[in-house]
Design a binder for this molecule. Structure first.
Ligand code: UDP
Length: 365
């Protein structure tokens, strides 16, 4: 006899949605997490009364009404709209790429002028079928936008040449000919009032949770504890890296409390040239329109993941995708184990897609 129906490894968003839904259906769940807190990478820490996104900024956005309503069961969302600023040397631009960006870059005013300028620059590249991120970016916006706002940032974030990266990464960013600085095209957007940790706490209400528990140690003594395992950690680690290690990007956060009430005037400021070593500075209070006397900022330094670091981004290039497909075959043969989430599926998911993937998986089950 198993003590639990489900052992859920990882209390991030995927694990928490799974646990919540299974518990609701009368299943007995145990959630374990190797960290000393719940909520995975959406965990927020209270510093000076500000919710600090400890493992990187998270902005909830979705076009899926069902997912939006699902999340609203657990929190009310504020009216935050993400509108990052890009700093390139001594120039400052609005993101995503829109009329504000183009007008600043070329001194133009109308969509017709912007389109003509971009069409001219795109024609100069001679690219017809973009095969990688560089070609994709050049064929969307031409030389100036690519050199000033994409190349340096992308190469810092991914530690790879833009020619070696898949085009889909840049397709995440809107390109538009209106004066609209909203980073996302999605219908619904906001930051949960009360923070993300409170959402996960609510999802896990009434469920047994043990933090500070490493699965690989735990299973040595508890191999029969649950009928089914839901594993949200790194899929290659689960299999002991037997086919080789998948690559991930990690981020080092340099977080500082500053004795001023407003450091940069915006939640997100990207540094798009190569010379500045960090990719962006997050000023956390602006996600919640904070009125505190102090402020907290985090500089993000991107690096290749190594054992002992936190993995944040799967590197979904050709080589890693092939290797992941092999792990996926192993996973399919692993009886009574379900893999999911950014690390379990090795996929650059946004939060809404994580929730959607979990709900779809539950339906299949
Ligand atoms: N990107 C860019 N310039 C920017 C911001 C983003 O070229 O100023 C590109 C870059 O390739 C990055 C991708 O867009 O990897 C996605 O960026 P986003 O900010 O959406 O990533 P996340 O918030 O998930 O780190």
């Amino acid at each position: 006899m198993h003590q639990y129906d489900y052992l859920i490894v990882g209390s991030g968003l995927y694990g928490a949605v799974m646990a919540h839904e299974l518990n609701k259906r009368g299943k007995k769940c145990l959630v374990i997490d190797k960290r000393d807190h719940i909520a995975g990478n959406i965990y927020c820490e209270d510093v000076e009364g500000i919710h600090v996104h400890k493992y990187g900024a998270h902005i909830f956005h979705t076009s899926n009404k069902k997912i939006w309503e699902y999340m609203n069961q657990f929190a009310e969302f504020n009216h935050y709209i993400n509108s990052p600023i890009a700093v390139y040397k001594d120039e400052l631009y609005n993101l995503p790429f829109n009329m504000n960006t183009f007008s600043k870059m070329w001194g133009i005013r109308t969509p017709q002028e912007a389109k003509a300028m971009i069409a001219k620059q795109v024609a100069e590249t001679g690219i017809t079928e973009p095969k990688n991120l560089e070609e994709q970016a050049l064929s969307l916006g031409g030389h100036d936008v690519y050199e000033k706002l994409i190349k340096g940032y992308t190469e810092k974030q991914w530690g790879r040449d833009c020619k070696e990266l898949p085009a889909f990464i840049i397709k995440r960013l809107p390109f538009r000919f209106t004066y609209d600085n909203n980073y996302f095209n999605d219908r619904y957007q906001g930051i949960p009032i009360g923070g993300y940790t409170a959402i996960v706490e609510k999802m896990l209400e009434g469920i047994e949770v043990r933090t500070g528990v490493d699965f690989f140690e735990f299973r040595k003594e508890n191999s029969e504890i649950a009928e089914t395992i839901i594993f949200t950690g790194m899929i290659d680690e689960y299999f002991g890296y037997q086919l080789g290690a998948l690559e991930y990007r990690s981020v080092r956060f340099e977080t500082e409390v500053l004795d001023c009430d407003n450091y940069q005037g915006n939640a997100v400021v990207n540094y798009t040239d190569r010379e500045v070593p960090y990719t962006r500075i997050i000023e956390h209070k602006h996600f919640e329109f904070g009125k505190q006397d102090k402020t907290v900022i985090s500089r993000e330094y991107s690096s290749e993941w190594k054992v002992g670091m936190e993995p944040y981004y799967p590197v979904n290039d050709e080589k890693n995708t092939k290797l992941y497909e092999q792990y996926k075959e192993l996973a399919a043969k692993e009886e009574n184990v379900i893999f999911g989430g950014r690390l379990g599926d090795y996929k650059y998911y946004d939060m809404d897609k994580v929730v959607e993937a979990a709900l779809n998986r539950l339906e299949e089950m």
